[in-house]
Design a protein around this ligand. Structure first.
Ligand code: ADP
Ligand code: MG
Length: 667
């Protein structure tokens, strides 16, 4: 096969090489296995047509005229025989080269006009030039001129259904002339017209013949045929007479071959102009089929919106857990004494026990805590506050910072120093007018403590206790001065080396303490980190499941696109045929349908984005934690478009692979 680029046809000013030369052309249909019996429609047609001739092919209905014309116009291939166009064997051309030949050499005029219903007269006329890559302005200007020449200036913006038959046929003639119309192939052009319009069309063809166009007029009407300069009669697929004069007079007015015939095909095609054109007609298609389009869009919108919202909910939940982890620490365990399940008294967690736990490899910090509501007084103000006695490691364990002043040191704790650090609310309660309360004395219980710092504000958190409402004192000072009756901590906060170690830390602690307590499990270990981690994992998998459901809905949306595209292709078979007849290549059709699919998904994706954001806003308003991620949004959007392209590809390919003749017949 010769590709379009290699198929530059030789220029023939020389009249001895016929423009069209058919040798033994035959065409039969059917004969396949299981199909109808073979029908031979054309039997060994030999025919030469020279540039500038005005030929009528006449014959009764069913004699094979249209079949012959389709072969002449490269819409169909003969079953056997050879066809040379300007000396070039057409049988050797591939689909693209044939499209190019149709576009540059031929102009078709059909009995049924074959205009695209959704496009205006002007747009119909411009179409062949789009595929030829003519610039938009030049295209519009030429179409306008042609329409004016055919008396349709005022009807430029009418759609075909707003035009009479004669007007539609004139539009189709203008379309045939758009790319030059070197050879006009007219199949029963007057067949559907009243006599007046028919006469007008014939007059036009005469004018074109006089201007040097080669015209092949196909008709069953002898009176019409008689107007041509040469009449070929066909009967049952055979030429039975030919009125050709022995030597055709060389025509002065013969058109030079259109320049594109000698040049490189479609060299001027600009991809983005094509794309814009495809997008324009895709948009028009969407608007015309509003209901169907919106139903398809709905699938995509739901898909994209749900992906965005689900991921935002998942992320919100994850952040919430992360936040809790942040305040509690990701590696925190609690330990306290407890009566064993087997009965007997609760154990004692001694200083030595704590020291032993501290020395375990899996453990980073051990923080014994005593805390109870105690009356705290400053001047004449007093209040019951939770007084939290713990070592200097408290801020580190709780991932908490000091806002003012400092925290007490290990040495101060050891020395029973009477120092206190205030929670944010405690500070505001006792010192509403004192921005810097450092150095003030608080009476806790019965002892005086000096304020050395204020903790930063912790804010509302999910824990039961409000840490901002507490005051913090050294563990040993607390035991000595506030909680004298207390021999062991209320509970012990233990921090594992890392969040990955919490289970190992729990096991090691349990074994160690059982051994130290003579085999009795008279203590309890609460693994806060493990609980939070489990919760995070649950939420994570929930978010993933939601995401999966959302993704499925996106795929369902994509299948919707495919369904609609397949329907569109079916519905628009004839339009595809027309586009191919005026010279669209397979890739032009493919691009058009892919553009339509992507346009649907782009619009659907954008709407989905908006709907998703709106839903998210509603969720935020009702207090559900939602965190939008730009990545998720872009991802969902991209997924929608890719889904559209993937699911739109098959229908587009189906459209592109249609056989021009069958598509034109609307099969
Ligand atoms: P005309 O245009 O002269 O009326 P056609 O060329 O359309 O005749 O058709 C010639 C014959 O070929 C008819 O008998 C028709 O039934 C047959 N024919 C045309 N197309 C097909 C096809 N796709 N499959 C089978 N038979 C066909
Ligand atoms: Mg016919």
């Amino acid at each position: 096969m010769v590709s379009a680029d290699a198929a530059a046809l030789p220029m023939t000013a020389d009249d001895t090489v016929p423009l069209i030369a058919l040798r033994g052309i035959g065409k039969h249909y059917g004969g396949g296995r299981g199909g109808p019996p073979p029908v031979t429609v054309l039997h060994g047609i030999d025919l030469e047509i020279h540039a500038g001739e005005f030929v009528a092919v006449v014959g009764s209905s069913g004699s094979g005229k249209s079949t012959l014309m389709n072969i002449l116009g490269c819409l169909d291939r003969p079953s056997h025989g050879s066809y040379h166009f300007q000396g070039q064997d057409v049988g050797l051309l591939d689909a693209d080269a044939l499209a190019w030949l149709r576009r540059e050499a031929f102009g078709f005029v059909f009995q049924g006009y074959h205009l695209i219903a959704s496009e205006t007269a002007q747009e119909n006329v411009e179409m062949p030039a789009i595929y030829a890559g003519l610039h938009q302005d030049a295209r519009a200007q030429r179409a306008q001129q042609l329409l004016a020449r055919l008396g349709l200036e005022a009807r430029r913006h009418n759609r075909p259904h707003q035009l009479s038959g004669g007007q539609q046929q004139r539009v189709s003639i203008a379309r045939a002339l758009m790319n030059g119309g070197h050879v006009i192939l007219a199949d029963e052009p007057t067949g559907a017209l009243d006599s007046h319009s028919g006469a007008e069309v014939m007059a036009l063809l005469h004018e074109l013949a006089d201007a040097g166009h080669t015209i092949v007029l196909i008709t069953h009407d002898r009176a019409v045929a008689a107007q041509a300069r040469r009449v070929i009669e066909i009967h049952d697929g055979r030429i039975v007479s030919d009125s050709r004069e022995p030597a055709p007079a060389p025509r002065e007015a013969a058109l030079a071959p259109p320049p594109a015939l000698a040049g490189s095909p479609a060299a001027t095609t600009v991809w983005w102009a094509d794309l814009r054109e495809a997008a324009r007609s895709a948009w028009r298609g969407m608007v015309i089929n509003r209901v169907r389009t919106s139903l398809t869009l709905l699938g995509i919108v739901i898909g994209v919106a749900s992906v965005i919202v689900m991921l935002a909910i998942g992320e919100g939940a994850r952040r919430q857990v992360m936040e809790r982890m942040g305040t509690m620490g990701t590696a925190i365990l609690y330990m306290g004494s407890k009566p064993p399940v087997t009965g007997g008294p609760a154990g004692q967690l001694t200083e030595e026990d704590l020291q032993a736990v501290r020395e375990l490899a899996e453990i980073r910090r051990v923080l014994p805590v005593i805390g109870d509501p105690v009356t705290v007084r400053y001047g004449s103000v007093d209040k019951q506050l939770y007084v939290f006695a713990a070592s200097e490691e408290m801020p580190a364990v709780h991932h908490w910072s000091v806002a003012q002043g400092r925290f007490y040191t290990a040495a101060e704790d050891h020395d029973l120093a009477p120092l206190v650090v205030l929670g944010h609310k405690a500070w505001q309660h006792f010192f509403p007018d004192t921005p810097h309360p450092l150095g003030q004395q608080l009476i806790i219980g019965t002892s005086a403590f000096e304020v050395i710092g204020v903790m930063s504000e912790r804010g509302a958190e999910s824990g039961a206790q409000d840490y901002d409402d507490m005051v913090f004192i050294p563990y040993n000072a607390g035991r000595a001065r506030v909680y004298q009756s207390q021999t062991q901590p209320d509970y012990v906060v233990v921090e594992a080396m890392s969040s990955a170690d919490v289970h190992a830390a729990e096991t090691a602690m349990r074994q160690l303490l059982i051994a130290r307590h003579g085999g009795r499990e008279d203590f309890g270990i609460g693994n806060a980190a493990a609980r939070i981690q489990a919760e995070a994992a649950t939420r994570q998998s929930m978010a993933m499941m939601l995401g999966l459901i959302a993704a499925v809905s996106l795929v369902v949306g994509g299948i919707g696109v495919m369904n609609v595209m397949l329907m569109t292709v079916k519905e628009r078979t004839r339009e595809i045929g027309i586009r191919m007849a005026v010279g669209a290549r397979q890739r032009d059709i493919l691009r058009q349908f892919l553009t339509e699919a992507s346009l649907v998904t782009l619009v659907g994706g954008s709407a989905g984005l908006v709907v998703g954001l709106a839903l998210g806003a509603v969720l935020i308003a009702v207090g559900v934690p939602v965190v939008f991620s730009v990545r998720a949004m872009l991802g969902a959007f991209a997924c929608a478009v890719i889904t559209g392209l993937v699911f739109g590809y098959k229908p587009a390919q189906t459209a592109a692979r249609l056989d021009p003749v069958r598509a034109l017949a609307g099969e």
